[in-house]
Write a protein that binds this ligand. Sequence first.
Ligand code: NFS
Ligand code: SF4
Length: 644
Amino acid sequence: MCDSNQCAHSHEHYHHHTIDPAAAEMLEKANREHIETAWDRYEQQKPQCGFGDLGLCCRNCLQGPCRVNPFGEPKEGICGADADLIVARNLLRTIVGGAASHSDHSYMAIHCLKLAAEGKAPYQLKGADKIKSVAAKLGINAKGKSDNDLALEIALAALADFGSYDDEPMKWLKASVSAERLEAWNKLGVLPKNPDREIRTAMHQTSMGVDGSPVNLLLSCLKLGLVDGYAGLQMGTDVQDILFGIPYPVKTEANLGVLSHDKVNIVVHGHMPEVSEKIVEWARKLDGEAVAAGAAGINIAGICCSGNEVLMRQGVPLAGNYLSQELAIITGAVELMVVDVQCFMPSITKVAACYHTKVVTTTPIGQLPDAEYIPFTHEEADKKAQETVRMAIAAYAKRDPAKVQIPSHKSEAWGGFSVETIVGALSKVDAEKPLKPLVDNIAAGNILGAVGVVGCNNVKLTQDKVTVEMVEELLANNVLVVATGCTAHALAKYGFLSPAGAKKYAGEKLLAVLTAVGEAAGLGGPLPPVLHMGSCVDNSRIGDLLNALAAYLGVAVKDLPVAASAPELQHEKAVSIGTWAVAMGVFTHISIAPFVLGSPLVSKVLTDDLEGLTGGKFYVEADGRKAAEGIMAHIRNKRKALGI
Ligand code: NFS
Ligand code: SF4
């Protein structure tokens, strides 16, 4: 790592790694400085294990590892588990991993809300409107109660789901979905009870010598997808909006060019707004100390979903998505990167060691051996945030100008498109029935349909490429696109999240609708062609929007001319989110199949039979433009079935 031999690779060389010119520039710098990145380590992994790739390796007991040969013998592991069983068990464990991550995330947020409402943690409740709407959906009587008391009741209701010991389905789920879905899921036997218990049961179910039925395991996949969707995403977003406020439109910028030459750069990375919001708050308050230290102030930038959380509510710019995390440090201009949980590569401390960059970990479960650990308890959040920000200010003096190279690339990006924002904008067109203009435009064919584009980067694919090509095609064909997660960052970098992007990318009819709504809402021009709805946890916002649309039309979500897509998925969380989407009845495109192709049965259920059960299914296509075609074919079929 980091010796300074010269190296010969040119810019061109990185075009199969990324289409982002800022990322390519940093890869060239990394190469010059002999710093390894995820792309180098991917090369070293090649060829990746074929058994693992097909899902045909089992290590669920110490008689293994067992592997089955898709082309011959052996066809079974030592215990007799065959390809279908091994693949189904492995898939369920993947989904458990995602559901556990998301529900642990939301549990932390609930804990924060409870302490805040009790006056024991320094967080104000900024989402008064959300307190009311969540209390209403949970059937909590709000009469005569203060916001604080209601928020405490809401936190206790969430905890009650995690602590329930009866056989009733999760109350938060029941409060968030339609009667049609409840009935469908009840019929399939996949309504989750206490989410912690479902996670435990699924681990048990997949252990050696328990479930031998691939189909039964796949039904549990759906159940754990619902755990992800309601104990993770829905609860997480509802509670975070109560704590930090419902997002409203906000303008910012995206890509590595948002890093500053003369300010203290702090990058927030991970997922928990309890941490990133406090860093933003204290960076603003301690700006003067940075000036006293010789900097022009403090600049905060976001990576991954922490970036999305503080973009949505604070307008903090995005430095980059998942595959750009090492590259941000390679600019040489980052004083400090603060992480909490999920999606930070263990490599970041090694890259940081080549510069003056400090890495700060904040949670007991998310530690890195060479980072500074500042335990960010909710009670002490102010103190810990100050300590972190001051560490960054102190690091500024050690920045080596000779090592600094900040790419100039950045694009205007708008965020903050919560359901409340979208409905609010539409209500400027029709105050009585806000969804009417949207539905009328869909019916008239001005909007062909809508697609939620979500998820990560994956080093197996050229960074941002599938996403950009697919979304270009969808928009050109008048499909409305909403985005979350690292996909929203990807689109931000190329101007898809700006009003100017509407003219560049949207088809004529879609542009007319975006312009009419944008002007009615007082934006003085079109809405961005892609609406940034937030972090991956905020995918629940897309669920809420679909439920509202379906309810308005008097149909089920599965009948709407809509689809979901995770064009560059990598994390277990993305697999569980996708499973939640298909459980809701949504046609869900993915570019990289999870490790299931070794089982013809599992592959067929996921991409075909599932449709008969939930109305949704997975669709695998690695080419962006072809994927757009496939998605639009689905949308046209749904339109036809609706008679529009
Ligand atoms: Ni989502 Fe967000 Fe990004 Fe993927 Fe990771 S940050 S929770 S998992 S990589 S989109
Ligand atoms: Fe092998 Fe069966 Fe053990 Fe898996 S559970 S490692 S297939 S013996």
